[in-house]
Design a protein around this ligand. Structure first.
Ligand code: HPA
Length: 262
C-alpha cells in the first residue's frame, strides 16, 4: 500500500452491494488472492477484492466481499481484513449487509442503520488465545455501534431524503434461512433485522479499537412475514435495488463520519 492511500475509513460491502465500490474515486484494486489471510469468497455476489481510493475526499479502503462462517473457512478470514484496516490506519469501520426485516413496515429496498446487535451465531471470532497487542481479552461491546457515527448516518439520510430505519441486527449462522418460529423468537428477543454477517466483524473491530457504523439493505421480509419464498437470488436482486440509495448514503455520510470521529 502506498503512503497516500492510508485509509481513514474501512468499508465492508455486503451481498449484492458491490456496486457501492463504484463511488470510490481513483480506485486501486487488489485481489484478496494477493493478500495473506484474506478470504477466498465462495458465494455469488461477493467479488473478493480490496479497493483503495477516496470517497468525497476521505481516504477509504473498501472490502468488496467478506467471509461468512457458513462457508466453513477459518474465522481468521473474518479477523484478518478487519485487523488489516486497523493496521493500515483506519479509525472507522463502516459495514453494509443484506438483511431480512422483522418489521413489516420496513420492507425490501429500505435501508436500516444498525443501533446494536444480537449474536445468535453460536460463536465468537475472539475464541482462542488473545493477543494483548491487538486488544483486551474481554472487550466491551457497550455502544458497539458508535452513537456519533449513527448521528452522521441520520444527518446524511435526512440531507438526501432517504427514509433511514433504525434497529437491532441479529446475526444468524446460516446458511439456511430461519424458520418462521425462529423469526418469532428473534422478534421476542428484540431483533429488527436478521442476516448472516456483520456481528463478527463488529466484535473484531471493537476489540482492536475501530469505531463501527453499519447499515443493512433490507432485501426481504423475514420468513413468516411474507408469502415471497426466500432465496439468495432474490436477496441479490433486492440488494441491487437498495445499492443505489446505499451508495448515495455512504458518499454523503463518510465525510460526516470522519467529522463525528474527531
Ligand atoms: N435471513 C438471513 N439472512 C438474510 C436474510 C434473511 O431473511 N435476507 C438477507 N440475508
Amino acid at each position: 500500500m502506498s503512503a497516500r492511500s492510508k485509509p481513514l475509513v474501512g468499508v465492508i460491502l455486503g451481498s449484492g452491494l458491490g456496486a457501492v465500490a463504484d463511488a470510490v474515486e481513483q480506485p486501486r484494486a487488489t485481489s484478496y488472492a494477493e493478500l495473506a489471510g484474506f478470504p477466498r469468497p465462495t458465494v455469488e455476489g461477493h467479488a473478493g477484492q480490496l479497493i483503495e481510493g477516496s470517497i468525497a475526499g476521505v481516504p477509504v479502503a473498501v472490502l468488496q466481499g467478506r467471509a461468512h462462517l457458513y462457508e466453513g473457512g477459518p474465522s481468521e478470514a473474518i479477523r484478518t481484513p478487519v485487523r488489516w484496516l486497523r493496521a493500515a490506519g483506519a479509525e472507522i469501520l463502516l459495514q453494509t449487509n443484506a438483511a431480512g426485516s422483522l418489521r413489516p413496515e420496513v420492507g425490501p429496498g429500505r435501508l436500516m442503520a444498525i443501533t446494536d446487535h444480537i449474536n445468535l451465531t453460536g460463536t465468537n471470532p475472539l475464541v482462542g488465545p488473545n493477543d494483548e497487542h491487538i486488544g483486551p481479552r474481554f472487550p466491551s461491546l457497550g455502544r458497539a455501534y458508535d452513537p456519533a457515527l449513527l448521528d452522521a448516518l441520520r444527518t446524511a439520510a435526512a440531507t438526501l431524503g432517504i427514509d433511514l430505519a433504525e434497529g437491532v441486527y441479529t446475526g444468524w449462522l446460516g446458511p439456511s434461512f430461519e424458520t418462521a418460529a425462529e423469526i418469532r423468537a428473534i422478534r421476542v428477543l428484540g431483533g429488527d433485522a436478521v442476516g448472516m454477517s456483520t456481528v463478527h466483524e463488529t466484535i473484531i473491530a471493537r476489540h482492536c479499537g475501530l469505531r463501527v457504523a453499519a447499515v443493512s439493505a433490507i432485501t426481504n421480509l423475514a420468513e413468516g412475514l411474507s408469502e415471497v419464498p426466500l432465496s439468495h437470488e432474490q436477496t441479490l436482486a433486492d440488494a441491487a435495488r437498495a445499492a443505489a440509495d446505499l451508495s448515495r448514503l455512504l458518499v454523503t455520510a463518510i465525510p460526516l463520519l470522519v467529522d463525528g470521529a474527531c
